[in-house]
Design a protein around this ligand. Structure first.
Ligand SMILES: Nc1ncnc2c1ncn2[C@@H]1O[C@H](COP(=O)(O)OP(=O)(O)OP(=O)(O)O)[C@@H](O)[C@H]1O
Ligand SMILES: [Mg+2]
Length: 261
């Protein structure tokens, strides 16, 4: 390579930020069950990725490996250019960069809404309580429930509790947010208030991976659709292409089932 070409490629490398999520040749078994098969995925900063696929195809496992709730058998996973370490303090630190919101909100029942959001920043990050409180109130305001701060989870609706769970994840200032069917346990009239918060996050440039059956949201906020089947990413395309002209029979079959509901 000439010096000039070298300089150009160097400049290109500096300008190209590493992908926010990078999975290379990831495999995962549960006993004999091969749940993730040679997963290769790069998600650039700020991209909103929708993950679809039939039950048991590995969507939750994919999310759980990205923040190391599950280990992988082989392959590597990197967040913002740093490989996820196997264990220890470095892993704990890197995990705080990946927020996760589940179908079940898992709030602490005996702590107030405000305390739920303040807890991890104080305990894990060592932020002082006054600052954590101010930030938690700002986050509760952002998800539209600042007026509920002193209540307990059981006093809130499901939609409100899920918004608390989102605020709690955001309190760690994550680089990536993973959502695993965040609206599946909600009564229908509460789905939109949670999706609105997620649309807001997407617009602000958060990198998001969202497992959801909410097709309206997928089309509106999604920039990319991954379709999984049997532990593999079978399709990887833009939403419009996926919903109007899916390639595989599996995806056609899946869409036929969910869109006929
Ligand atoms: N902890 C576990 N131990 C053993 N098998 C598991 C475990 N977790 C998941 N599995 C199995 O791995 C496969 C993938 O599960 P996963 O939960 O990732 O699927 P999914 O696509 O999220 O499905 P769903 O749409 O039903 O949530 C399934 O066959 C499931 O039964
Ligand atoms: Mg799942």
């Amino acid at each position: 390579m000439t010096d000039a070409a070298d300089a150009i490629s160097g400049a290109a490398t500096a300008a190209d930020a590493p992908p926010m999520i990078s999975m290379r040749a990831v495999d995962k078994h549960f006993g004999k069950l091969h749940v993730l098969r040679d997963i290769n995925l790069e998600v650039p900063r700020g991209q909103v990725v929708i993950v679809l696929g039939p039950s048991g195809s590995g969507k939750s496992t994919l999310c759980r490996t990205i923040n190391r709730l599950e280990t992988v058998d082989s392959g590597t996973i990197a967040i913002d250019g740093t490989d996820l370490p196997a264990e220890g303090r470095a892993l704990a630190r890197l995990r705080t960069e990946v927020g996760m919101v589940f179908q079940q909100f898992n709030l602490f029942a005996h702590k107030s809404i405000l305390e739920n959001v303040m807890l991890a920043p104080v305990k894990v990050r060592g932020i002082d309580k006054k600052k954590a409180r101010t930030e938690a109130l700002a986050l509760l305001d952002r998800v539209g429930i600042a007026n509920q701060a002193d209540k307990y989870p059981a006093q809130l609706s499901g939609g409100q509790q899920q918004r608390v769970a989102i605020a709690r994840a955001l309190a760690m200032n994550p680089k990536v947010m993973l959502f695993d069917e965040p609206t599946s346990a909600l009564d229908p009239e509460m789905v939109n208030e949670v999706l609105e918060v997620m649309v807001g996050l997407a617009k602000e440039g958060m990198t998001m991976l969202v497992v959801t059956h909410e097709m309206g949201f997928a089309r509106r906020a999604g920039e990319r659709v991954l379709f999984m089947a049997d532990g593999q990413i079978v399709e990887d395309s833009d939403p419009e292409t996926f919903f109007t002209a899916p390639n595989s029979d599996r995806a056609k079959d899946f869409l036929g089932k969910i869109l006929s509901h």
